[in-house]
Design a protein around this ligand. Structure first.
Ligand SMILES: Cc1ncc(COP(=O)(O)O)c(C=O)c1O
Length: 466
């Protein structure tokens, strides 16, 4: 009999997935321009380091909140004392107003319906505890954020059933895929409690179309289940089509005070939009008072510290600052994404057309030795160990097609991004030369085909004037 619990010793934490293994390899040999120029460049981390200067200049102009002060007087003792799990009202108000600002003030939120948590990680888990029993299932469209296997399943005992999305329509959710996932869960005797989506998507870097959102609402209405929309990247949308929050869609459909209204929940965090994952500030928002009450009690396992709440309530209440931050940050992300896409193009690599997020969903199918996940791992290892770029293989995001990779662009300097593209191009050129050489030797072997993925947003259903 073991001394430790099954949970502590089991591997359902998924720390051994290639997503996390890549991070470990990076830690062993991290690239540094001067000290370790041959090291691995971290492109597997969805961090936003592009707008720290904006935050720092606000802090320099507003020294009181970070110095435990109000109007020049110390409030250290007030902040140091025990806080209840409801959080500071001033912070909740500032946070919901920031969320509205990101949504172009098309939707307003009630501060009584928001529950603070230590990041979206904690908020997602709390929702699982509130909505499902161990052994119940949530349906998630693939590819999805690898951390969900840990956050949604590990401690709660909830199961994830994939909604299989494919490149044939730019990985959009279809009615058939939803229904198939539901049937699949039922065949496994799993009770489906809801659907969880990320909008904008991690890893796709795209916003959901109106058509997809409508499908989801119709689906959860018909099946009498919940919908969680993880909108952690809502402030990173840098080009059209714009972002439509699920709450906005529900309002447009006049769903307020209907049953569906109470079964839709949002997850948010400042880890991506403000680039503060270390501050551990997340939240869930629900229209259901019972979910809010239960989640508030559960949040005592992962509260946001009072000095963080105090600091950020001052920052987020500064509307001039937040407005400028949101638009400037989006401009910078857009520029970065462009740099990555053109660098990839020069190496003959295309990616899914994206308009949001801190990464691109990159198509390297033409570089695989065969159309298998083994070949994907083989290519991934070459890219990590030889090219020295840590990117995330699609299989770690449960993609059903081998050859797709998530590549992050906002956690490094522009120079490092350029260097990473040079390394990748050199690798592709050498691979292509090798292939060409072999095809001369063996005339039966087909030459390397280059596949250009074209996703036209024009094909997507318009949703009003966006
Ligand atoms: C879709 C998604 N949800 C949740 C998280 C976790 O975020 P947090 O740092 O707020 O816990 C991430 C982080 O990458 C994410 O991409």
């Amino acid at each position: 009999m073991g001394l430790l619990s099954r949970k502590a010793t089991g591997n359902s934490h998924v720390q051994d997935s290639s997503y996390f293994l890549g991070w470990q390899e990076y830690e062993k040999n991290p690239y540094e321009e001067k000290k370790n120029p041959e090291g691995i460049i971290q492109m597997g981390l969805a961090e936003n380091q592009l707008s720290f200067d904006l935050l720092e200049s606000w802090l320099a102009k507003n020294p009181d909140p970070a110095g435990f002060k109000r109007d020049g007087q110390s409030i250290f003792r007030e902040l140091a004392l025990f806080q209840d799990y409801h959080g500071l009202h001033a912070f909740k108000k500032a946070l919901i107003e920031f969320m509205s600002e990101i949504r172009g003030n098309e939707v307003t939120f009630d501060p009584n319906n928001i529950v603070l948590a230590a990041g979206a990680t904690s908020a997602n888990e709390i929702l699982m505890f509130c909505l499902a029993e161990p052994g119940d299932a949530f349906l998630l469209p693939t590819p999805y954020y690898p951390g969900f296997d840990r956050d949604l399943k590990w401690r709660t005992g909830v199961e994830i059933v994939p909604i299989q999305c494919t490149s044939s329509n730019g990985f959009q959710i279809t009615e058939t895929a939803l229904e198939e996932a539901y049937q699949h869960a039922q065949k496994q005797n799993l009770k489906v409690k809801g659907v969880l989506v990320t909008n904008p998507s991690n890893p796709l870097g795209t916003t959901m179309s109106c058509n997809e959102l409508n499908l989801l609402v119709d689906f959860i209405a018909a099946k009498n289940i919940h919908l969680i929309s993880d909108e952690i990247y809502s402030g990173t949308v840098f080009s059209s089509p714009g972002f439509i929050s699920i709450m906005e869609l529900l309002k447009d459909r006049n769903c307020e005070n209907t049953e569906v209204w109470n079964r839709v929940h949002i997850v948010y965090s400042l880890s991506k939009d403000l680039g503060l994952p270390g501050f551990r500030v997340g939240a869930l928002y629900s229209n259901d008072d019972m979910v809010v009450a239960a989640a508030t009690k559960m949040s005592s396992f992962g509260l946001v510290s009072s000095q963080t709440q105090y600091l950020l309530s001052a920052m987020l209440s500064d509307k001039k600052f937040t407005r400028n931050y949101i638009s400037e940050n989006q401009k910078r992300l857009k520029q970065r994404q462009k740099t990555l896409v053109s660098g990839l193009e020069k190496a003959g690599i295309s990616c899914l057309k994206s308009n949001a997020g801190l990464f691109c969903w990159v198509d390297m199918r033409h570089l695989l030795s065969s159309n298998t996940f083994e070949a994907e791992m083989e290519l991934w290892k070459k890219i990590v160990y030889d090219v020295k770029l840590n990117i995330s293989p699609g299989s770690s995001c449960h993609c059903t097609e081998p050859g797709w990779f998530r590549v992050c662009f906002a956690n490094m300097s522009a120079e490092t991004l350029h260097l990473s593209m040079q390394r990748l191009k050199a690798f592709v050129d050498s691979t292509t030369n090798l292939h060409n050489h072999q095809s001369v030797k063996n005339s039966r072997r087909k030459s390397l085909t280059k596949w250009v993925f074209r996703l036209s947003f024009d094909d997507r259903e318009p949703c009003g004037e966006r």
